[in-house]
Design a protein around this ligand. Structure first.
Ligand code: SAM
Length: 308
């Protein structure tokens, strides 16, 4: 059911009533209920619609406290959901480009799912019981479990292996996780994803762009930085050298730690250049693409797509 962006709130609520009335809500397959709505309407359902329509909070996940939203994703409310929605739309596009039909997937994994910000959007294409989310931050997994998403969530160790069997997943994605991992953690997780992906399965990971190195220098000049920006302000202190390293193809990581379980031994700020990906990821995957942020401008991360 395609929506025209300019529909009024009243019209959107009427459309929503029509959709909800034509399904038995007690069966609650969100894929069956919402599988045909447009992406724009899906975003409205999670934002304005969620606040306006009394049934939606019974069907869909709410968001955690504003402080948790900010600490984990650097923004809150509609802005943080918009960033996740942009990632979801781009990941779907990249999956399509790699001949992955999400509606036919048996198992999709959100690695470093946090409070389930991105996971929720995939409920339109993938049955909830085929969606998996893992994170080493127990409190985040608890929030996911309480969130009414009906997916599988699990707290894991920061280093692999997971308990998943070989060749289980059609698609693994990591939004804003490889943008923090050390080289050792990154290599170990790559190996693990190669193991748990089906042959022909797809891995998508995002990482900080080169411009992030300059952003860190700019953060250091500001007096009013927020808690979630502290890691950036402490990173890549030698800007010139870090930019040279990036251009040379070095793995650029500063081990700042992220608080709580996110220990310095594996967590900080990370910019992975394309030259590094071309050299190392191709050892594990049959095809590897590097998509620059400038091409889509929807969030401040580059995207790596690798097919097993
Ligand atoms: C910046 S947050 C992004 C969360 C989520 N992907 C999103 O976009 O909303 C990074 C997440 O990765 C998780 N994480 C970091 N290192 C991890 C590791 N080694 N194993 C599992 N989860 C990890 C953190 O706990 C955190 O929830």
């Amino acid at each position: 059911m395609e929506m025209i962006k300019k529909n009024t709130s009243k019209e959107k609520n009427e459309m929503l009533n029509e959709i909800l009335n034509s399904h038995s809500i007690s069966t609650v397959s969100l894929k069956k209920i919402f599988g045909d709505v447009s992406d724009d309407f899906w975003f409205w359902i999670f934002t304005d619609g969620f606040m306006e329509h009394p049934l939606l909070p019974r069907l869909l996940p709410a968001m955690p406290d504003e402080e948790i939203q900010c600490n984990f994703t650097g923004a809150s409310g509609k802005a943080t959901l918009m960033e996740a929605f942009s990632a979801y739309k781009l990941f779907k596009q990249v999956a399509r480009d790699h001949s992955i039909d999400l509606t036919c997937c048996d198992a999709v994994l959100d690695f470093g799912c946090g409070w389930g910000r991105v996971t929720r959007f995939f409920l339109k294409e993938v049955e909830a019981n085929c969606l998996y989310g893992i994170d080493c931050y127990k409190e985040m997994i608890t929030l996911c479990e309480q969130s009414n998403m009906r997916c599988h969530f699990e707290t894991i160790d920061p280093m692999p292996p997971t308990g998943f069997p070989n060749n289980m997943f059609d698609f693994v994605y990591c939004f804003s996780v490889f943008s923090h991992l050390s080289e050792e953690a990154h290599k170990k997780w790559l190996f693990e994803f190669q193991r748990i992906l089906k042959p022909g399965g797809l891995l998508i990971a995002t990482t900080r762009p080169r411009s992030f190195i300059n952003q860190c220098a700019n953060l250091r000049k500001r007096k009013d930085i927020e808690a979630f920006e502290l890691g950036g302000a402490a990173s890549f202190q030698n800007t010139e050298q870090s930019l040279l390293d990036y251009d040379y193809g070095k793995f650029c990581h500063d081990s700042t730690g992220g608080g709580g379980v996110l220990d310095k031994s594996f967590y900080g700020e990370t910019c992975i250049p394309q030259k590094y990906v071309d050299k190392h990821w191709t050892k594990h995957f049959s095809s590897v693409d590097f998509i620059y942020d400038e091409e889509h401008k929807s969030f401040n991360q580059n995207v790596i797509a690798a097919k097993k």
